[in-house]
Design a protein around this ligand. Structure first.
Ligand code: SF4
Length: 316
């Protein structure tokens, strides 16, 4: 497997001039910030399926369950051309070792959700999926996907980036040693991260890992990966994080002085009430982990799930 996180992306978001009007939709966060930590695999469905730049604008029209991709003015139907190309392209993309895909929103080819579908009378209904995006998501049902617009929301941004980093770590662990032992070690390091997303699912995963030796290895690894990607889709909340932070405090019961305990509780309360961002209690916990050398916490991904420079835990 590759040494860097590889993400598929709609080409125009990287500044490539492939849009119908010859323009692009450069997104600086994706290129300048996230781009420092990932390697992009650009895909422009309309250009790659053989349409020129510039070209006539297209939209989806017809039945919402089975819309057609049609040019807006001259009404040429490009559905067959797009579908044939997309089915081939997703098979090629299997070799790219993608940890996720970032789609251009609203596009009849690339949009992930709420794409307009026009009725015969020309009335739009925002319940469509871009034609390539639909085929991609059906082919890679578990792969993390997002749109550039939604990534401006700090909660969705952290959730997506956490998932791509988690999938990358998981694949790396399993490619280094494809064994039950690797799975158990990996799970041990992710426990608090998983717990912060969904406590019930965390317990279900614990039961799966406890039965590891009774399940054929291939099936076990597939089940674990599917559950990992599912659980991380649940959004974290201040209440869930506060719960994890209180749980973490339990590991320091013997070591923290009463002053330190009070400081920790105060900071958790400030975070829970929205007065300080998550990075504040996390920084304090990391300080205590270094000071008191707590071995279980030292390996917890939850305390450092993605590069701090991305500032994903700095919002309130
Ligand atoms: S939205 Fe998709 S199809 Fe349109 S230019 Fe961007 S990558 Fe190409």
């Amino acid at each position: 497997m590759t040494n860097s996180i590889r993400l598929g992306i709609s080409s125009c978001l990287l500044g490539e001039k492939v849009r119908y009007d010859g323009g692009h939709k450069l997104d600086r966060f994706l290129t300048d910030t996230l781009g420092q930590y990932v390697e992009y695999v650009p895909v422009c469905p309309e250009y790659e399926c053989g349409l020129p730049v510039p070209r006539e604008a297209m939209h989806l029209e017809g039945d919402s369950g089975n819309p057609r991709l049609v040019t807006v003015k001259t009404k040429q139907d490009k559905t067959g051309q797009m579908v044939r190309w997309a089915r081939r392209r997703v098979v090629e993309l299997e070799k790219e070792d993608l940890s996720g895909f970032i789609f251009k929103s609203k596009s009849p080819s690339s949009g992930m959700e709420r794409v307009k579908i026009y009725s015969e009378k020309g009335m739009p209904d925002k319940n469509g999926v871009g034609m390539f995006a639909r085929i991609f998501m059906a082919h890679f049902p578990l792969l993390p996907v997002e749109e550039e617009g939604r990534l401006h929301d700090p909660v969705l941004r952290e959730n997506f980036i956490e998932r791509i980093f988690a999938l990358f770590r998981w694949r790396k662990a399993i490619s280094e040693s494809r064994s039950r032992r690797s799975l158990i070690e990996f799970h041990t390091r992710q426990k608090l991260l998983i717990f912060s997303h969904n406590e019930q699912r965390y317990r279900d995963m614990g039961r799966l890992v406890a039965r590891a030796k009774d399940i054929p290895l291939k099936e076990l690894l597939e089940q674990y990966q599917a559950r990992l990607l599912e659980v991380l889709k649940y959004k974290t909340t201040p209440r869930k994080h506060a719960n994890v932070l209180m749980h973490i405090m339990g590991y320091f019961k013997e070591q923290l002085s009463s002053d330190e305990k009070k400081e920790m509780l105060d900071v958790i309360e400030l975070y829970k009430s929205g007065s300080v961002p998550l990075i504040v209690p996390i920084t304090l916990v990391n300080h205590y982990v270094r000071k008191y050398r707590q071995p279980y916490l030292e390996v917890q991904t939850y305390l450092n799930p993605h590069p701090i420079e991305l500032q994903l835990r700095n919002h309130v």
